[in-house]
Write a protein that binds this ligand. Structure first.
Ligand code: NAP
Length: 288
């Protein structure tokens, strides 16, 4: 049986540390406080935000959800972001994506105050990663994947790693991070000619395409020595599934993350870690 890289064990192991840290920051003068702007009522976004709120409460952080109507205008939307950027009590904030069409032309991730950028999408954060500096805020999903690998004693150094997907929230930053950790990274995407040629050669395959059953046994080599990380979150007949055909591949791999229960919860866990980091940074700035 392959090892399942499960998030629950890691989160259970480290949650007491997050709670302790959150209490310490509160006693140092600033309670971690996350504000989220949600436009409209996309059911998937509602569910992601609910998980984030629950985890905030678990670690003793404050949480505020600001809801805007689906047809909100640009000015009201931007004013709302300015409000949370400038609120001295708020220590981390973001806009839950996607937003409706009328707001899509805005460079939303750049509107967020970089000192409160818990999502890790601001250009300042990206520049640090680009320069190989992994000590600050990292985008949540890539950060969660790195934690999953580390907690399962899988070191990316020297490994051939294939990432499927080149979005700015998952594939691109993850490639930079793994390359900075001395992995040899290949990014595949929808125009990649022969996906299986690349995946067969990989020690670690990370799929973030949003395509159910994209990866099957046909994409693996014959020795069961590959590690598979499934980022995909797809609804099929009302059920949440990843990009990897779990039943087809699980007897042919060294380790695999389940969906649900793999990368998803690690993403929320990483957001909490980032919130504690931005809170700490704000306290430090105020003491100078
Ligand atoms: P995205 O912006 O839609 O990007 C998808 C990427 O996959 C694109 O680069 C696309 O290539 C590539 N792709 C699509 N079909 C492909 C195919 N058949 N073969 C090879 N590459 C293909 O999506 P995203 O925001 O990165 O999210 C990807 C998936 O991860 C979604 O299912 C999303 O729900 C999930 N997700 C999960 C978490 C989590 O916490 N678990 C977090 C974020 C996202 P092109 O660039 O050529 O179009």
């Amino acid at each position: 049986m392959p090892i399942l890289l499960k998030a629950a064990d890691i989160i259970a192991k480290y949650s007491p540390e997050l709670i302790k840290e959150s209490n310490f920051l509160a006693s140092d003068g600033l309670t971690p406080y996350l504000e989220v702007v949600l436009v409209g009522n996309n059911p998937a976004s509602e569910s992601y935000v609910a998980h984030k709120e629950k985890f905030c409460h678990k670690i003793g952080a404050k949480f505020k959800l600001t809801r805007l109507k689906e047809d909100v205008g640009e000015k009201e939307f931007i004013d709302c972001i300015k409000g949370m950027n400038e609120n001295p009590e708020v220590t981390g904030c973001f806009v839950q994506l996607p937003v409706p069409n009328q707001l899509r032309h805005l460079n939303i991730t750049q509107l967020i105050n970089p000192t409160k950028d818990v999502d890790g999408f601001h250009l300042k954060t990206v520049t640090d990663i680009y320069q190989g500096n992994l000590t600050g805020i990292l985008p949540c999903t890539p950060k969660g994947i790195i934690t999953l690998l580390r907690e399962n004693s899988i070191n990316p150094a020297g490994k051939d790693i294939v990432i499927i997907g080149r979005s700015y929230i998952v594939g691109k930053p993850l490639a930079l991070i793994l390359e900075a950790m001395n992995g040899t990274v290949t990014i595949c995407h929808s125009k990649t000619k022969d996906l299986a040629k690349h995946t067969k050669n990989a020690d670690i395959i990370i799929s973030a395409a949003g395509m159910p059953n994209l990866i099957t046994k046909q994409h693996l080599r014959s020795q069961p020595d590959q590690v598979l990380i499934d980022v995909g979150m797809n609804k099929v007949n009302g059920k949440l599934v990843g990009d990897i055909s779990f039943e087809d591949v699980h007897d042919h791999v060294k380790a695999i993350t389940p969906v649900p229960g793999g990368v998803g919860p690690m993403t929320v866990y990483s957001l909490m870690q980032n919130l504690l980091t931005t809170t700490k940074n704000i306290i430090k700035q105020r003491k100078v």
